[in-house]
Design a protein around this ligand. Structure first.
Ligand SMILES: O=C(O)C(=O)CO
Length: 252
């Protein structure tokens, strides 16, 4: 199956006005783009630029409220309600969700259970939509000290417990290389629980061909599965963004 690349405009074209960044995605021949905080974007402008260039929106984030903290679950679900409305408006298939920081004063098992309970409530809200909420493990060594969800195994276990087609994982290859490695095995043996990928080179979080991760093999392995979601390029270019993206396109 061919993998559909998507460009995270907030990372690749950081500082570039949104409409200009979206035009660049089209100019470089990519089919889709994504961004983080929909509530900070001018959505009519985003949709206008998307349609003017015949692009798709691959993903955006839901509001950053903790899921491990049961005390703020209602607030998380309120944010999700707004994010679902935005995703419908944008025709965006994936809402990426962070889960919040580890709470040192709360039992570890209770934090895990809170995540599962919050996602079960979220699944009910997503039922009947074409939107998938995708929880994202992040690395704690380099970028997100104190974050709760680090191991992909726990993310997949949570998704299994929630047991909804609308709740899956965003597998960020850069984060998981730092946290655990064993990328192709972890991806291919859990592919049906993955709704979105993020990719960057490591170390540095730059272009895919810089560093230790062998993306051609990873992409080939994903292409041999039934995965039909997007593969988001979420990196900060070390060199010229456009040249790097033209090179990266050859991977797909
Ligand atoms: O915050 C991060 O590091 C992310 O990967 C967001 O997608």
């Amino acid at each position: 199956m061919n993998l559909k690349p998507s460009i995270c405009i907030d990372a690749l074209f950081e500082g570039t006005p949104t409409a200009e960044a979206i035009a660049l995605v089209a100019k470089l021949g990519y089919p889709a783009f994504e961004f983080w905080m929909w509530w900070e974007k001018d959505l009519p402008q985003v949709m206008q630029a998307r349609d003017a260039h015949s692009l798709k929106i691959a993903a955006c984030c839901t509001k950053f409220v903790s899921l491990v903290d049961a005390q703020v679950r209602d607030l998380y679900l309120e944010g999700l309600q707004e994010s679902i409305a935005a995703a419908k408006q944008l025709d965006c298939p994936v809402l990426i969700s962070q889960v919040g920081d580890f709470l040192p004063e709360v039992d570890l098992e209770d934090q895990h259970d809170s995540l599962v309970a919050g996602l079960k409530a979220a699944a009910k809200m997503l039922e009947g939509t074409n939107i998938t909420l995708a929880i994202e493990p992040l690395n704690e060594q380099v970028d997100h000290a104190g974050y709760y969800l680090v191991e992909s195994d726990e993310a997949f276990e949570i998704v299994e417990k929630v047991a909804s087609p609308n709740v899956k994982v965003t597998f960020d290859i850069y984060h998981q290389q730092i946290s655990e490695g064993h990328l192709i095995h972890n991806i291919t043996s859990n592919i049906e629980k993955i709704a979105h990928f993020h990719a960057a080179g490591n170390p540095g979080r730059h272009e895919l061909n810089l560093g230790e991760i062998h993306y051609p093999a990873i992409i080939e392995a994903i292409q041999k599965t039934d995965y039909d979601g997007y593969f988001g390029l979420e990196y900060w270019p070390e060199a010229d963004a456009e040249t790097g993206l033209l090179e990266a396109k050859l991977l797909f």
